[in-house]
Design a protein around this ligand. Structure first.
Ligand code: NOJ
Length: 550
């Protein structure tokens, strides 16, 4: 335990790093661990408590690294294990913890165990680690499940005799075969992986597709499209509870004194009914599960309030951290150009919107940041949110990498637009994303950056306290020192003007955010501590939030 009986993750601000797009130290146009290591000072100045690294493991990159071919190594493109160890050590010197991604639902088809399964015969122990089945008729897959990225969730393999044979299940890309969690080799493998990274000093694990893993052994057809929260043959299976209890026991077996302290695991669980999280968070289960309600909420007071209330009613914000974005959803500064919350159509709608509403989106994203960081509990920030980066909507088709784009025949633009390499400098190749040891010209970034990317760069915002970066830095500094912020509770300050989202936290703090279209009077207060935009005598302008002392 640390800090008077509270654990660090209960109110941690965690910064999500998408390593390929954060910073590139060797000038090959792909972000890497040494790049991240060289920018730890930036993250310390920003004021975050931890970083979560999305996968940096060896991978053919069919799904941005979520197709892992070796769970216990670093992709040579991104560095070495010594770089990882050095990163953990340097981060600790800045009091920054490191959380890594665990991808247990599927691996890459390049994983040696899947290769062995392909080489082995139907019915073999090698195949039993995955989900292989015979088709249910000539050329017909075993059932009607569809991949999250479009198309069938089954791919037919070629057997040793050169003939088409069994099918293997993949809820994501065809190159991401699902593990069979009913085979004892699989939980044993992942226990080893978990211990491997905890032994290297990581503070926690982010669990990919935590609602997946187990499938109904009968693999029944899906008869209707069900809401995300409804029980399904491959979501929220009851077997998960015992598995997560066993993982929790591993986490709890690591020393909770000192740095990094009690270890956490945070599950990625998509749901539309917040109660869905309950079994995951039951005693002895996962310490934390993401709360995606603010991503799904449209820009309306009622939607935000509902999102906040429903999440707080579950466990408070400590066990279900708040998030505005991540590497899978359209960036807030663009998403808020629309009034609705995120849906699979959002990126296409933004593309259709062209240049309209850009200012509105940015203003709202600044206000949303102040809401996020004033809420009780823990919050996650996705890299570039602190710079107000917009979604990049004009990536040429041939530069897109997301399998969702290809598998839906370009119907879904995919998630590349929120993964464009960060701009660190106003000018230059890659806008400072890539450094080179010898000062030579680095390669172009692996995803193209827009020509005006430099105006969002760290360098152009650093000296300006009114910039996005300035706002985040000030908010994070205040959050650290203000006794009302971080873990705790909130009390709604009911107002007749329903466009004002307004809550109090003790001692002496008020958040007021105007999600309406007309200026709203501020509640009684002593002082404006911080505001996301100009606040005049006329009250709080639309799309603006303020932190007030009461
Ligand atoms: C969720 C990850 O965040 C996403 O990027 C990935 O495509 C899927 N899980 C599959 O691993």
């Amino acid at each position: 335990m640390s800090d008077g009986g509270h654990v660090w993750w209960e109110d941690a601000v965690v910064y999500e790093v998408y390593p390929r797009s954060f910073a590139d130290a060797d000038g090959d146009g792909v972000g890497d661990l040494p790049g991240l290591r060289s920018r730890l000072g930036y993250l310390a100045d920003l004021g975050v408590d931890a970083v979560w690294l999305t996968p940096f493991y060896p991978s053919p990159l069919a799904d941005g690294g979520y197709d892992v071919s070796d769970y216990r190594a670093v992709d040579p493109l991104l560095g070495t294990m010594a770089d990882f160890d050095g990163l953990v050590k340097d981060a600790a010197a800045y009091r920054i913890r490191v959380i890594v991604d665990l991808v247990p639902n599927h691996c890459s088809s390049a994983h040696p165990l899947f290769r062995a399964a392909l080489a082995a015969a139907p019915g073999s122990p090698e195949r039993a680690r995955f989900i292989f089945r015979d088709g249910r008729g000539p050329g017909l897959p075993p059932n009607n499940w569809v991949s999250q990225f479009g198309g069938s969730a089954w791919t037919r393999v070629t057997e040793a005799d050169g003939e088409p044979g069994q099918w293997h299940l993949h809820l994501f890309d065809t190159s991401q075969p699902d593990w069979n969690w009913r085979n004892p080799d699989v939980p044993a493998l992942f226990e080893d992986v978990i211990r491997f990274w905890l032994d290297r000093g990581v503070a926690g694990l982010r669990v990919d597709v935590a609602h997946g893993l187990f499938k109904d052994p009968d693999l029944p057809d899906i008869v209707e499209r069900r809401p995300l929260s409804a029980p399904s043959p491959y979501r929220h299976r009851p077997e998960l509870k015992a598995l997560y209890r066993s993982w929790r026991a591993i986490l709890d077996s690591y020393p909770d004194e000192g740095f990094p302290g009690p270890r956490t695991a945070i599950g990625e669980v998509w749901y539309d009914v917040p109660g869905t999280l309950r079994p995951y968070l039951a005693t002895g289960g996962l310490p934390q599960v993401f709360n995606f309600q603010l991503i799904l909420a449209g820009w309306q007071t009622a939607a935000f309030r509902e999102a906040i209330d429903s999440a707080l009613a579950l466990t408070g914000g400590s066990r279900a951290p708040w998030v505005l974005g991540n590497h899978d959803v359209a960036r807030p500064a663009s998403r808020y150009r629309l009034d609705e919350g995120f849906t699979p159509q959002t990126v296409a709608e933004l593309i259709a919107l062209g240049d309209r509403n850009a200012e509105v989106g940015a203003r709202r994203a600044r206000a949303a940041a102040l809401i996020l960081l004033a809420l009780p509990g823990s919050a996650y920030i996705y890299q570039g949110e602190e710079l107000g980066l917009p979604e990049v909507t004009d990536i040429p088709d041939d530069a897109r990498r997301d399998p969702a784009f290809r598998r839906t025949n370009a119907e879904h633009p995919g998630r590349d637009g929120c993964r464009v390499p960060l701009p660190w400098a106003r000018t230059g190749t890659g806008f400072g994303f890539s450094l080179t040891q010898d000062g030579g010209r680095p390669a172009e970034p692996w995803l193209p950056q827009p020509p005006d990317w430099g105006r969002h760069s760290v360098d152009s915002q650093l000296a300006d306290e009114h910039s996005f970066l300035g706002l985040y830095r000030t908010a994070l500094r205040l959050r650290r020192v203000h006794p009302a912020l971080g873990r705790g509770t909130l009390r709604w300050l009911d107002r007749e003007d329903s466009s004002l989202l307004c809550f109090a936290r003790e001692p002496g703090f008020i958040l007021a955010a105007n999600l309406g279209t007309a200026p709203a009077p501020l509640p009684a207060h002593r002082e404006v501590l911080l505001a996301s935009g100009p606040v005049t005598g006329g009250g709080l302008p639309p799309d603006t939030a303020a932190w007030l002392s009461a």
